[in-house]
Design a protein around this ligand. Structure first.
Ligand SMILES: Nc1ncnc2c1ncn2[C@@H]1O[C@H](COP(=O)(O)OP(=O)(O)OP(=O)(O)O)[C@@H](O)[C@H]1O
Ligand SMILES: O=P(O)(O)OC[C@H]1O[C@](O)(CO)[C@@H](O)[C@@H]1O
Ligand SMILES: [Mg+2]
Length: 536
């Protein structure tokens, strides 16, 4: 029985910040709205019994083909999970024999001669066994009503879900001296891109790779003949992490998979490291499939890049911490402006196309936000429960207020242009400008003076260099990407799950964007911190 792939886990979809995982195959927008509606109805329902029955009904409806009376159902579930998270490997297609790794840290001492594969050498070099696994979920929920509960059955049975541990293996599937490796950065900018590029190059060189190139301006670099490959070496990348942006440039849109793979073939690339978000990963998976179809021995390995932190299953993606930290500056300025004005309102718009992680975390960390609005939580501006009424209350009671809004929030309040960007992403209406206008209009209507200061720090945040914690994350992800390619995997991405670094098959992390779960502890903490009510 196809337990995992054909049975969406709606308990997770209600409760998890990773609900998209469980709505496989469904349209992203539809999933977002149906889940938001489900949440809406949950939030308006204060009766615990009703809540519980809703959850259990969701389980029953959506785990329809799991027979919970089967004493082995957990085992079946785990087997399906293992199969789903199995990593595609070049061995699946090619008859390949591994060779001892050339990755070795510099050692002193007679017993640590390069190439010697003694347990001592293995331990000193920190090789990871191919069978090592890390747990994807670490909380044992005792009830489906526990905050953030992700349960498969009504009893919330404990089900171990293991994913593959990342790191260098003692055997590799490429001869480093013959490898040509390419690196490409796609989508929008994100702090840390240069750190990842740098670590990929440095690690490749440590294996002994001499032919490393950058593909300029995202996928465009593969099919725009006017663009030249950029030769990369430790020397070239030595200091690139000191600046934001991407040494290679980025772009959205363009290019058929077939053209890109033609280009990979013509360039004779053996490994391609692809840095990008959801769209980029979808492209990378298509490239991996096409390479398999053409019987090309190419390792396609992604490093998730999204400032919005909207990739499934991961603790966080690089650049996110920096974005949150940088957002503090905008929030603090808005706060000072608001405090210093008579009836001041500071309004800050932060990135977050469909996920409000930056806005939520920035609100939490600043402690200066009175109202935080994110795409996952619907709100109304007008009426007795609307944002404007609450804002008026704040102005009249404490004299000033600060609002933080994610760019994708409240899109239902704006006219849709129907426009899309080069990658097919919907062009959003400007919710920041809209709220600013509505605040002015509302206060004029009730004849209360207000002084609104609107700050949109979007591109200032995105162009920053990575902060210390992101720089470390980038370092580990970049190194692990190279280890993954040499280990022979393709069609994979690297990530951090429960503080451990893992490899995941690409399709598992991009079924939808990752969303803030309005029922999660984190969102509840944000509400506790702002003191804001529901706005519906
Ligand atoms: N479904 C898809 N299949 C193949 N390629 C895709 C797909 N979606 C997007 N791409 C390509 O991936 C690249 C990046 O996509 P996109 O602009 O959506 O950025 P992203 O990777 O999602 O990152 P960001 O977080 O900045 O939005 C573009 O060149 C785009 O053409
Ligand atoms: O203006 P650009 O380059 O299209 O990027 C804007 C988008 O980038 C993102 O930060 C994702 O990278 C979104 O939040 C935002 O909508
Ligand atoms: Mg995208």
């Amino acid at each position: 029985m196809a337990l995992v792939s054909s049975t969406p886990n709606v308990t997770s979809s209600i409760n998890s910040g990773q609900r998209g995982l469980d709505l496989k195959g469904s349209n992203t927008t539809t999933s977002l709205f149906s889940s938001v509606n489900m949440w809406k109805s949950r939030r308006n329902n204060n009766n615990t019994k009703k809540k519980l029955s809703l959850v259990i009904r969701a389980v029953a409806e959506n785990q329809g083909d799991i027979d919970f009376n089967d004493p082995n159902w957990i085992k079946h579930y785990q087997d399906e999970f293992e199969e789903r998270f199995n990593l595609p490997h070049l061995r699946d297609v090619f008859d390949m024999k591994p060779i001892p790794t050339t990755f070795s840290l510099k050692h002193r001492g007679p017993q640590l001669v390069d190439g010697a594969n003694t347990p001592e050498v293995q331990r000193k070099n920190g090789y990871v066994n191919e069978d090592d696994r890390t747990l994807l979920k670490v909380i044992k929920y005792s009830s489906p009503t526990s905050a953030g509960a992700e349960c498969v059955d009504p009893n919330c049975s404990w089900i171990e879900q293991w994913v593959h541990r990342a790191g260098p293996r003692d055997k590799i599937y490429f001869q480093p001296g013959k490898v040509k490796a390419g690196i490409v950065t796609c989508g929008g900018l994100c702090p840390g891109l240069n750190d990842v590029i740098r670590q990929i190059v440095v690690t490749l060189e440590l294996y002994g790779v001499k032919n490393i190139v950058g593909i300029p301006f995202g996928y465009r670099g593969f099919f725009d003949n006017a663009l030249q490959e950029i030769p990369l070496s430790r020397e070239v990348v030595q200091n690139i992490n000191l600046a934001g942006g991407s040494l290679l440039g980025v772009s959205r849109g363009g290019g058929s998979t077939s053209d890109i793979v033609d280009s990979i073939q013509a360039r004779r690339l053996d490994m391609i490291f692809i840095l990008g978000g959801n769209g980029t990963h979808a492209g990378a998976n298509a490239i991996h499939d096409e390479c398999r179809k053409r019987k090309l021995k190419v390792a396609v390995v992604c490093v998730p890049k999204t400032i919005d932190n909207d990739i499934l299953l991961m603790d966080k993606t690089f650049g996110f911490d920096t974005a949150v930290e940088e957002a503090q500056r905008a929030i603090n300025s808005a706060y000072i402006e608001a405090r210093s004005a008579y009836h001041g309102v500071g309004l800050v718009k932060l990135m977050g196309r469909s996920s409000g992680f930056i806005a939520m975390h920035a609100s939490l960390s600043s402690g200066q936000i009175d109202i935080c609005l994110i795409p996952e939580v619907p709100f109304s501006l007008d009426g007795p429960y609307g944002v404007l009424h609450h804002l008026q209350h704040l102005i009249q009671t404490k004299g000033s207020a600060v609002v933080c809004v994610a760019e994708g929030a409240g899109q239902d309040l704006l006219q849709k242009s129907g426009a899309t960007d080069a990658s097919g992403n919907v062009v959003l209406g400007d919710i920041g400008v809209h709220i600013q206008q509505q605040i002015k209009k509302h206060f004029k209507g009730v004849d209360v003076p207000v002084d609104v200061k609107y700050i949109d720090p979007t591109y200032m945040i995105r162009a920053c260099r990575a902060n210390a914690s992101d720089a470390i994350l980038c370092t580990v992800l970049g190194q692990n990407a190279v280890h993954g390619a040499f280990a022979g995997y393709s069609g994979i991405t690297v990530g951090i799950c429960n503080t451990h670094y893992v490899y995941l098959p690409i399709p598992e992390v991009i079924t939808t964007p990752r969303f803030v779960d309005p029922n999660s502890r984190m969102w509840h903490r944000c509400l506790t911190s702002t003191g804001q009510p529901d706005f519906l």
